[in-house]
Design a protein around this ligand. Sequence first.
Ligand SMILES: NCC(=O)CCC(=O)O
Length: 334
Amino acid sequence: MPATPIVAPFPAARLRRLRRTPALRALTAEHRLSVQNLIWPIFVTEVAGGEGEIASMPGVERLTLDGAQRAAERAARLGIPAVCIFPHSDPDLKTDGCERAWDPENIGNRAIRAIKDAVPDLAVMTDIALDPYNASGHDGLVRDGVILNDESVEALVRMGLAQAEAGADILGPSDMMDGRIGALRGALERAGHGDVAILSYAAKYASGFYGPFRDAVGASGRLVGDKKTYQIDPANRDEALRCVARDLAEGADMVMVKPGMPYLDLCREVKDSFGAPTYAYQVSGEYAMIEGAVRAGWLKPEVVLESLLCFRRAGCDGILTYYAPQVAALLAQG
Ligand SMILES: NCC(=O)CCC(=O)O
């Protein structure tokens, strides 16, 4: 768009002319949402009886390994290019040392292998953070109430290597420790996983919108304190851009802004500033707000598509959204 758009004086310019019919509107639509823009986050449980609907995310289920395979097949049928796996791990096996985070047999790694066996061409993304396996519910290792950056990075790298070994295509470090992207990139190269991509949760805010997610992975009652010493203050913009610049410089292939809808200003800035593949996460609280209002009859279901199109307008190449399968089915109907 030129710095000063040229608009002829009225009536030569009537901007409504191009809004008159569906055909004219289709011809002049500036952005489109496609199934190829979607990444579907799924929850996989190893807890007996842990499967089923998540109360604060109506319509979203925790899946068994078999269920995850069926979800992957559904994603492939619908043309969704990637799923992102979130583990719901056995609470009795969570420890302060988080050793299960890099166990090849943890539920996350078993899910990667199960999905890759069922649908080899579907891209599998993972999440790298210690919280699913951490007794304290934090994303990093904790000693005396302090999150240990450098020790956490070592643990996170081990976790990421185990995921790459299990067959993940895209690793998503969401922990927000300093130095993790460079450490992970180097370790992947040395281990012969130079082709595994990193989608860095680069601009991850300390947000209240993650609440339902913590129910979904069984972390709600567990978290001691908050995550404000590692996630970004919602008041900050420059800091988020520095995080993105830093992660790209350390070798991130793709970057993410999270949450999504309240942070669309950052999506636009990240895309314009760095020109890198840019994603946003429409997180659990955003899903719960929209779905709750739709189910109550206060909003029409069309707002789902609108919300996702807005990410495209804000510069995102793709969106992680719990709505991925429903939206993919709607888009296929045309
Ligand atoms: N690493 C994943 C999250 O922290 C939360 C996502 C959500 O709230 O949907």
